[in-house]
Design a protein. Structure first.
Length: 381
């Protein structure tokens, strides 16, 4: 027991394996690990045709339920497999033309399986298979005691057409009467080649019955319908997952597109601002001398490598720069020089100072000359 517990702990320490074991446990709970078919009357216990038909219907229903349970177990087992590991198919378990080695595939897989949870699951699938085979043998025995006739379905056959052939042929009814009787019974369009399609017309009671059994097909139409429904559900879930993923990607792409558009707009605005603005650096004559920008004697531009033109005038919105002395550590502003001297005062710009030296203004007369340019404003106090 301790060895088994240690094995389980080691195997379930893997998060993926743990989730699979939990999934298997949930399915065990849903479909009943110890569930067995209810006791049924044995062959020969039915005293009338109606009792025989009722017994047959109950056994066929049990076969369908057991097959559905078994397919669910197979789905859980296949989900637990890693890439390259052997999986199970329903046809592998029930096909009639398998070799003894192929028919024993489940027993072999039980011997090879190391995980206790999935070993138990395989053993339950074997029990399901044996129960279904027992029920199939019982149904076959009961069918042989019926007065009903049957035909074996071929590819493309429909129950309605086969029933019409029986009613208008063997029962010798006219088309209208046959259609009237057919309208009173359930039919299926999901025949599988090998299914048995049964018919019985009681002339005395003027009643007709038709139904489909598994025959050599390995599955009834109901089981096939359940398989299709399961496949459709899987396809629906896959489609929903892919759709949700695609929608998420679309939202992400739209967000990326919006961000790129915003960045593009910002770049365009920055480029337009850069193209249409005058960039300048303003400082007192003394500060510029100390920084080595102006020569100490003639106050000419000597070195502007360290100058950052960190202020700008957008010439689309204005043409005036206003200077106040306190910003530059001065008591007043007596004069302002715009450098380099390639720009001509009176033609390209003008400088205005107040009588009390409290402010100075540089007015740009020709904005086109200064767009995108950098200038130095040397302020004398």
């Amino acid at each position: 027991m301790n060895g088994t517990r240690a094995n389980l702990t080691a195997r379930t320490s893997d998060p993926v394996r743990l989730r699979r074991v939990i999934a298997a446990a949930m399915v065990f709970a849903a479909i009943g690990i110890g569930a067995t078919a209810c006791a049924r009357p044995g062959p020969g216990s039915a005293k009338t045709t109606d009792e025989l038909l009722t017994q047959l219907q109950q056994d066929r229903t049990e076969i369908d339920k057991a097959s559905d349970t078994m397919m669910k177990r197979i789905d859980v087992f296949n989900t637990s497999r890693k890439p390259g590991e052997k999986t199970l198919q329903f046809s592998e378990v029930f096909a009639q033309d398998l070799s003894p080695e192929q028919q024993d595939v489940l027993n072999a897989m039980v011997e090879q399986e190391k995980d206790f949870s999935y070993k138990t699951l395989l053993q339950k699938i074997i029990t399901d298979r044996d129960n279904i085979r027992d029920l199939q043998a019982k149904v076959m025995h009961l069918e042989q005691t019926l007065p009903d006739k049957f035909v074996v379905a071929k590819r493309g056959d429909r129950q309605q057409n086969l029933a019409m052939d029986y009613l208008t042929g063997e029962a010798q009814l006219d088309q209208a009467k046959a259609k009237s009787l057919l309208a009173q019974v359930d039919q299926t369009d999901e025949l599988i080649p090998g299914n048995k399609v049964w018919f019985f017309y009681d002339k005395e009671k003027d009643t007709f019955r038709t139904y489909v059994t598994q025959g050599d097909a390995g599955q009834t139409p109901i089981a096939l319908r359940r398989i299709k429904q399961r496949q459709l559900a899987k396809e629906r879930d896959t489609f929903k997952t892919e759709r949700d993923s695609a929608q998420t990607q679309v939202v992400s792409l739209e967000q990326d597109k919006t961000q790129l558009q915003d960045e593009r707009t910002q770049l365009e605005n920055d480029l337009a601002f850069r193209k249409n603005s005058l960039f300048y650096h303003a400082a007192s004559d003394q500060t510029l001398k100390e920084q080595g920008v102006l020569s100490p004697v003639l106050k000419r531009v000597r070195d502007v490598k360290g100058v950052t033109y960190d202020e700008a005038l957008d010439l689309r919105q204005g043409t005036t720069i206003t200077l106040v002395p306190q910003t530059y550590g001065l008591a007043g502003i007596r004069a302002v020089r715009l450098l380099p001297s390639i720009y001509q005062e009176g033609r390209d710009y003008t400088i205005e100072t107040t009588e009390d030296s409290s402010t100075a203004r540089i007015v740009i007369l020709d904005p086109e000359v200064f767009k995108g340019k950098e200038v130095l404003l040397a302020i004398g106090g």
